[in-house]
Design a protein around this ligand. Structure first.
Ligand SMILES: Cc1cc2nc3c(=O)[nH]c(=O)nc-3n(C[C@H](O)[C@H](O)[C@H](O)COP(=O)(O)OP(=O)(O)OC[C@H]3O[C@@H](n4cnc5c(N)ncnc54)[C@H](O)[C@@H]3O)c2cc1C
Length: 496
């Protein structure tokens, strides 16, 4: 008889796992709290505008190819490569820096950095070797114990060890002299939901992924296409999805989970359970595991919270790029203080994505579609977001000035999502946007495992389990959980 798997959450992790498992012949059902699939990779439609709610681009596009190919499907998604990768505006300079993969072109953006090309090549060569020396040995694998992790670490060339103990910022200081180069190259730390002052130098590998390896991509038709094509495939496989249903508690029998229970008391049963809800928070809040009690969760390192604004704007904004960062001039001080503060930033740093540049159908004719993301402290530090509209006004006014467009006057529609709303929509712990952080104490075998310690039939997929956060990494997470399940079932079959 087919084994039944119940998946909690229809985020990217849940959907990919459902696709992989259903293709392997499992009967799959998904329970989702929100009214539609996608989790953070969601879509908002409002007054004729369509917004990508969270992610707007990704690296390592080949992980999506792997997903579809391994399921016997030709990848139906069309990807657009970003060129320039992004534009960076500093508040004291009118012209943005355009970040190109072509290093000669990139060098022209930084005329005051002497020998830029030679320096960046040296920096990227080191980042490249970290990426390739850890990709399969450390990142894309399951661990059975801390000993197996220690053995894996021992297989990584020793030359990378110093980068474990130095920060990304220190690594950049060792290679470059110009503040703008250092700041711009350090922005990748924010993709890990942290700052370059807290992030180990090994993550310079992310500069290699953006500037040399696979670059950045988005999806023709909008990021939500990823969810749409997956839903289509899951429908063909007969996977059922139940929306507006939140799992809040459980029942068990002899170290086996025997059911998950929703808010109304309905019990859902299966042979195996895969949890796409946050792998740390679910263990604590739903399964009541002491190791993940609220006080212990609060002591863990969480990524920054998102403060997002969705703006439908009248008119086309000239000379505006698809991906843009708007920074001030006090980067170190800002990054050091703001994320542990209980007040909103006065002069916020933020990211703006204009999806109508690549996807005109997302905005009505002669209109523009803006997504603003401002990383802010999570709800442990700033609980009260009653000033959300004030912060949004502040950002919109600043942005209008910096791009020379009367933005405020031309807003046709607007939605603001503070961390409190991110928390309540998708159960993001304390509103943390990317889940658990990626310091050395919270990666690989030190991260909450994709297999539960107590329940032999419970697994995890997604941003807060292995390998970590970000769309392609979550796709890898779904492959690792499938491998874990297959391995366990093989062992079970041998014993039987
Ligand atoms: C604002 C923002 C911008 C981002 N930008 C990028 C980007 O540009 N590129 C990139 O690669 N990554 C980006 N990320 C990160 C990326 O979105 C995540 O790493 C990824 O989407 C996580 O997927 P997931 O499946 O692990 O979790 P989720 O997307 O959170 O999915 C989990 C699902 O489980 C559901 N759920 C939770 N608890 C329960 C429960 N008890 N019962 C039932 N259902 C439950 C939730 O509602 C949700 O649908 C961004 C994230 C944010 C917040």
């Amino acid at each position: 008889m087919r084994k039944k798997v119940l998946i909690v959450g229809a985020g990217l992790g849940g959907l990919c796992t459902a696709l992989r498992l259903s293709k392997q012949g499992f009967e799959v059902e998904i329970i989702e709290k929100y009214h539609q699939a996608g989790g953070r990779l969601n879509r908002l439609t409002q007054d004729g505008f369509t917004f990508d709610v969270g992610p707007s681009f990704f690296s390592m596009s080949y992980e999506f190819d792997e997903l579809f190919t391994s399921c016997g499907i030709k990848n139906p998604l069309v990807f657009n490569e970003l060129d320039p990768l992004y534009a960076v505006y500093f508040s004291n300079q009118a012209k943005p820096y355009l970040i190109h993969k072509d290093l000669k072109k990139l060098g022209k953006e930084f005329p005051s950095e002497i020998d830029f090309e030679a320096k960046v090549k040296r920096y990227l060569a080191s980042a490249k070797s970290i990426f390739h020396d850890t990709e399969h040995r450390i990142v894309k694998r399951n661990y059975s114990s801390l000993l197996s992790y220690a053995k894996a670490l021992a297989s990584v060339p020793l030359k990378h060890a110093p980068k474990l103990f130095k920060t990304m910022w220190a690594e950049l200081e060792a290679h470059f002299t110009t503040q703008e180069v250092k700041v711009i190259f350090s922005l990748v730390a924010f993709f890990l939901g942290s700052t370059p002052f807290d992030t180990p130098a090994v993550y310079s590998l992310l500069n290699y992924t953006e500037l040399e390896h696979d670059g950045y991509w988005n999806v023709q038709g909008g990021m939500y296409q990823i969810v749409e094509v997956m839903l289509k495939e899951l429908h063909k496989e007969g996977v059922k999805i139940r929306y507006n249903t939140e799992i809040v508690t459980y029942k068990d029998k002899n170290n086996v989970l025997s059911g998950l229970i929703d808010k109304s008391g309905q019990v859902y049963t299966a042979d195996l359970y895969v949890v796409n809800s946050d792998a740390a928070a679910f263990r604590g809040q739903v399964l009541k595991q002491e190791k993940f009690s609220e006080s212990k969760l609060d002591k863990m390192d969480w990524t920054l919270a998102p403060f997002t604004i969705y703006l439908g704007v009248k008119g086309r904004i000239p000379n505006f790029y698809h991906h843009n960062y708007f920074l001030g001039t006090n980067f170190s001080e800002y990054a050091d203080k703001i994320f542990k503060s209980s007040v909103s930033p006065e002069k916020p740093y933020y990211y703006v994505n204009v999806s109508s540049v690549h996807n005109p159908a997302s905005a009505p004719e002669n209109c523009e579609n803006l997504f603003v993301l401002c990383p802010v402290p999570d709800l442990r530090f700033k609980k009260d977001w009653s000033d959300a509209d004030q912060l949004a006004d502040n950002i919109i006014q600043d942005l209008g000035k910096r791009i020379g467009y009367p933005l405020m006057e031309n807003v046709l529609t607007r939605k603001v999502m503070p961390p409190t709303e991110w928390q309540s929509a998708f159960n993001l712990y304390r509103g943390s946007g990317l889940g658990l952080a990626h310091g050395l104490n919270q990666v690989a075998a030190m991260r909450p495992s994709n297999k539960d310690d107590k329940y032999k039939n419970v697994y995890y997929v997604g941003a807060s389990t292995v390998p970590g956060t970000g769309l392609p990494i979550v796709v890898i997470s779904s492959r690792l959980v499938l491998e874990r399940i297959e391995q366990d079932l093989k062992k079970e079959a041998v014993v039987a």
